[in-house]
Design a protein around this ligand. Sequence first.
Ligand SMILES: NC(=O)c1ccc[n+]([C@@H]2O[C@H](COP(=O)([O-])OP(=O)(O)OC[C@H]3O[C@@H](n4cnc5c(N)ncnc54)[C@H](OP(=O)(O)O)[C@@H]3O)[C@@H](O)[C@H]2O)c1
Length: 323
Amino acid sequence: MRVIEIRGGAGEAEALVVGERPTPEPGPGQVRIRVRAAGVNRPDILQRKGLYPPPEGASDILGLEVAGEIEAVGADVTRWRPGDRVCALLGGGGYADHAVVDARHVLPVPAGLDFIQAAALPETAFTVFTNVFEDGRLTAGETLLVHGATSGIGVMAIQAARAAGARVIATSRGADKARASRDLGADVSIDASDGRFLEAVQEAGGADVVLDMVGAAYAEQNLKALKPGGRWVVIAFQSGNLAQVDLSRLMRSRLTLTGSTLRARAADEKARLAEAVEATLWPWVADGRIKPIVDRVFPLEEAAAAHRRLESGSHTGKVVLTT
Ligand SMILES: NC(=O)c1ccc[n+]([C@@H]2O[C@H](COP(=O)([O-])OP(=O)(O)OC[C@H]3O[C@@H](n4cnc5c(N)ncnc54)[C@H](OP(=O)(O)O)[C@@H]3O)[C@@H](O)[C@H]2O)c1
């Protein structure tokens, strides 16, 4: 089968080249998907650069999510049959014609969606669900502050929080992006091109939950933006991982600071999340409250161009590869 390999093991986008590997066979509890589309995520870029090695046992091929048809099922798989239209969360291996995955990490393609749209969902759906609703404990009537609001994660977070009946304050860098986040449903959209958002968030009443992919540069403002009892959930630290935190504010306002990564979680934990995502977010996809936001689509062999698009930072939503 065709796969995208990283020439030399790590490098710039140009290092992504088409290679050949044997088509994998599904083991017990696994399925093989004929990949029709694969989502591109920021972690893929980190892995390409050699900064985010695949966890033990995961494929070394890039790609954390795919959509396509089931084409083979291993022993003990009862839910899926060849021909089923599915999408899936992978530990790796999505940039390929075929991908093998734990059958429990597979979800049906929501009604009305094509493979490109479905491939844009799993990584952000799982990440947003567990960080915003589980660890962040966001509930109806509360306010979510989301940074990088037009990122793949951001567009999912805005729509999911609104679907749950929460208010959303969104920051992004650029007037066009602020407009885009408003169009996606954010109640308050802040252009934080100058790195400042605190005043605007305070004017809007503060936040109960911060979904933070920025890290150090926003740390002090995040802390001050939270209402008493607020939760600050870190999913990335793109501006740096070392920050000073005023612990007295943490105590006085009874704040929670937490964070997580999805990819390294145990297979059973991802299976639990898949069930929760299907029960909670999938109905919102089906009724249109969550729409896959696809920025651009590239053929698999143009994976380098897809990475450059994401690295340009000018995208809104997801970049997707098709086979
Ligand atoms: N922990 C987890 O389990 C998990 C899972 C998936 C993804 N992630 C992380 O979540 C982030 C988003 O992923 P994605 O695939 O949606 O990526 P993406 O579409 O490429 O978006 C990255 C976003 O980060 C923002 N950003 C980057 N550096 C910034 C800075 N210094 N200050 C302010 N904003 C900055 C950009 O904001 P502007 O557009 O405003 O410039 C951009 O919207 C990535 O960092 C990724 O590694 C974490």
